[in-house]
Each structure stands twice: as structure tokens, then as C-alpha cells.
Design a binder for this molecule. Sequence first.
Ligand code: ATP
Ligand code: MG
Length: 292
Amino acid sequence: MQLKKTSGSEAPVQEEKEPEQEPAGQEEKEPEQEPAGQEEKEPEQEAADQEPKEPEVDREPLIRFENVGKIYQTGQIVYEALHDVNLEVMEGELVVILGPSGAGKSTLLNLLGGLDGASSGKIYFGGEDITAFDDRRLGKFRAVDVGIVFQFYNLVPTLTAYENVDLMQDLGVKIMDPMKALEMVGLADRKDNFPSQLSGGQQQRISIARAIAKMPRLLLCDEPTGALDTNTGKEVLKTLQDQSRVYHKTVVMVTHNSLFADIADKVVWVKNGTVVDVTVNEAPKEADELNW
Ligand SMILES: Nc1ncnc2c1ncn2[C@@H]1O[C@H](COP(=O)(O)OP(=O)(O)OP(=O)(O)O)[C@@H](O)[C@H]1O
Ligand SMILES: [Mg+2]
């Protein structure tokens, strides 16, 4: 099965052929190169081999919020939903956003996914300032880089599980084989079922399959277990945790349930429109271990 990588910012860079293996005899740089120069190559290579490559991996965050604010204006009423939000999310992290109702969690998620624009500050994604994107570029960002899972699944009732995942393709978005996405959420055998023939947890996992089928770098989930009981909720959490652990996707989940903090790599506490605390879990729990 072919996986189609669609992330714009991960566009494969064609490796240019190294000039190091020039055919012998075609020595254009002859006058500059001393015969002794050839001997220097080996020590150089040795030194390169000894260089520690791992620590050079750039740990730039995938997402960075700098003093982000969001103001809603309805008629004469101006409401500041977010102010002074500073936040970093690393690639592959599972982030849980917690906070009371009305704190600004969904607003934050909407800004993260380019569904809404910031009123002030900057939001960087993969080093690019998405607050500077025009509508077309922002639309492409949403289509390619962001997958979204909502509380109430938003599946099309007249389409099968497979067709619901495949739907993205009809919208012009390149996706992986829908069967592969269904396998990733453990529901390949339910491909021909309609949403009404699936449990709430299974429907949510189909909606996760739909979101991940386009291989987004960022998976956003707003209360993904909000409509589920504990057991089905756990299945969904496990599926989301797998997206981060196994498939190295960046997953940001909003929830009211503070127990979910235990499975996160990073927990972001939002209160009165701003981030009041960020904690990093050194040893996150497995989703199966949670009980609520
Ligand atoms: N489009 C909008 N226009 C005006 N006010 C808005 C809009 N969207 C959100 N708000 C306000 O911004 C504040 C934060 O809303 P938000 O939906 O982000 O909260 P939340 O933390 O997700 O809450 P909940 O846990 O209840 O979902 C609320 O007071 C809300 O009424
Ligand atoms: Mg909300």
C-alpha cells in the first residue's frame, strides 16, 4: 500500500548528486588541486565519522505562539477571548489542553489549526508565521497540515466507514489508502459499516482515520471523548496516543477531564484567556491505564 506524503513543508527535497564522486580523469580543478590533496580526504572523513550527529538534530518546536491574543467583536461588544498566549509544541508531542469552560481552549485550538486568525501576536508552524499567510496559503495549510477531530464525529451518515475516510480525496486532498487509515485505528474490518452501525467510540475512531488519512503533521482534537463512556473513551485515547507514539504525529487535544493530563507529554493549563501553566510529563501513562 502506498502512503502519499502530502505535507507541503515536508516536500521531499531531491538530493543533489554529490560532486565528490567525479569520474576519474575529469579534473576541472586540476590547477588548484595539489596531488597531495587526495590524501587529505581520508582524515577528513574520519573526523566526520567521529562527529556526534544526533545532538545536531534541531529541536525547534513545530508550533510556537508568541504573545498571541484573540478578540471577538460582535456589534459593540468586544470580548478578549485570549491574551498573551505563549506556547511551544514539539513535533510528535501529545499535548493536552485543560481548563474551565469558557477559558479559551477551543479558541486556542482554532488558532492552532488556522480555523481562525489571531488578533495579535505571532503563530509559527514549522518555522513559518501562519499569521502572515493570505487566505489561499492558510487554506492550503488547513487542508494539508492539519487534521481535526470533533466531539461529535461529523461523519456522513449515508456513507460507509471506508467512504467517509475516502471523502477527503473527493475534496481534492491527497490521502493514503483509506484501508491503511482504517487499519491504523483498528477498524479495517468495519469498512462497510455505516456510522449508525458503529458504536460512538468506533465512529470517533473512523473520524480519526479520516483526519489522519491525509497525513497531517498536526492532529487537533476538541473534546474527542466528550460523547463517550469510559471504555470507548479509552479506545479513542489509545488511538490518539498511538498517533503520537507510533506514528510520530503531533497531537493536541482539548478536554475537560484533568485525568487525561497523565497520558500527555505536555499539559497546557488555560484560564481566563491565557496559558497559566505548562507541565511536561517525564513518564506519561498509557491510555489503557486511565480510569475515570
Ligand atoms: N465567535 C465568537 N464570538 C464571540 N465570542 C466568542 C466566540 N468564540 C468564543 N467566544 C468566547 O470566547 C470565550 C472562550 O471560548 P472557548 O470556546 O474558547 O472556551 P472553551 O475553553 O473552549 O470552553 P468550553 O470548555 O466550554 O468548550 C468564551 O467566553 C466564548 O463565549
Ligand atoms: Mg471548547
